[in-house]
Design a protein around this ligand. Sequence first.
Ligand code: NAD
Ligand code: ZN
Length: 355
Amino acid sequence: MKQINTEKYNIYLGNDASAALHSFFSETAYSSLFILADEHTKKSCLPKIKRYLPALRNARVIVIKSGEKNKTIQTCIKIWDELSKQNADRRSLLINLGGGVITDMGGFAASTFKRGIDFVNFPTTLLAQVDASIGGKTGVDFNQFKNQVGLFAFPKAVFVIPAFLKTLSKRELLSGFAEVIKHGLISDLHYWKKIKSTNPLHTKNWEKVILKSIEIKNSIVSADAYEEGIRKYLNFGHTIGHAVESSSLKSKKPLLHGEAIATGMICEAYLSHKYCGLKTQELNEIIATITAAFHPKPIPYPADKLIERMYQDKKNNNSEINFSLLSAIGKAEINNFCNKSLIEESIIFFNSLYQ
Ligand SMILES: NC(=O)c1ccc[n+]([C@@H]2O[C@H](COP(=O)([O-])OP(=O)(O)OC[C@H]3O[C@@H](n4cnc5c(N)ncnc54)[C@H](O)[C@@H]3O)[C@@H](O)[C@H]2O)c1
Ligand SMILES: [Zn+2]
């Protein structure tokens, strides 16, 4: 079991989680335990954590419907309602057992209930293990915009158990791999070289990758928890990616978060080339790696509608669209304000690759 310490909480990584769990729960005295799961993690992951820590057999389980479309304030109301009905008090603990939807929304629901109760994360998707469960960003989507309502709130601990990934679908696994790619691109050329030659669908042992990604995310967040500076690196691919993701939410087959971010990273690598000096050869390397993993399709939404969405994105100041870009692989640059025509050009460029 590896332990990664942050200023506010510890992250435990490994399949041999029992000792860390026992020690955490024996050192804390909660009045009651609640587990937040969705229908998939209830089936695939809940029995496993009860085996790790038999004390969890007495926890009350709140089950919500899976999927990004349920990451809403309405679902939070259901969570708050269940907590109230089951007499949760300020010394109760919420255990988030699931992917990024559960850890984002559970963290938000816990830290607003009765002015804040403790929560811990058990991330069960690759995406949540390498990214979403760490760093303290919690929240829900609102009016079809991503993460519009939320707060920074830190878990008491994060237990990352790679064995949970065994039941995850290939599509979901790949979605998480987009954040792994992002971590290499924004901060570590050596890691990027490893990732480039990794086939996520043939990887059996994820622990090393998860550890490296956690270390990268954690060091960025530790230096800038509230996103005043370098935490913005983590937004690479997310300005255009979020616009594509939220546009797709209403469609019959919405994109997964990582799929939208893969698209966003190619568009924003193009912006990086035009605006930040990313070399042609590195742009081509990024395109080739993402294309091989994701087989992207052209973006089916008009560029002007996507740009309108980007204006609404919370990452923008004074109505300018703020991008985190790359000046080279492994080197991110924050606060790049690209104009509309360049953004449109990046979308046209993306579509031309996949006609
Ligand atoms: N807070 C942050 O810093 C941060 C960072 C990145 C992403 N996010 C957010 O994370 C969300 C995406 O997270 P996600 O990709 O984990 O999606 P998700 O939570 O919707 O999980 C994906 C699917 O996998 C299922 N699932 C989860 N674990 C499983 C398992 N072990 N076995 C079988 N099925 C399982 C879930 O039920 C769901 O259907 C987005 O809302 C995104 O905005 C947040
Ligand atoms: Zn993301």
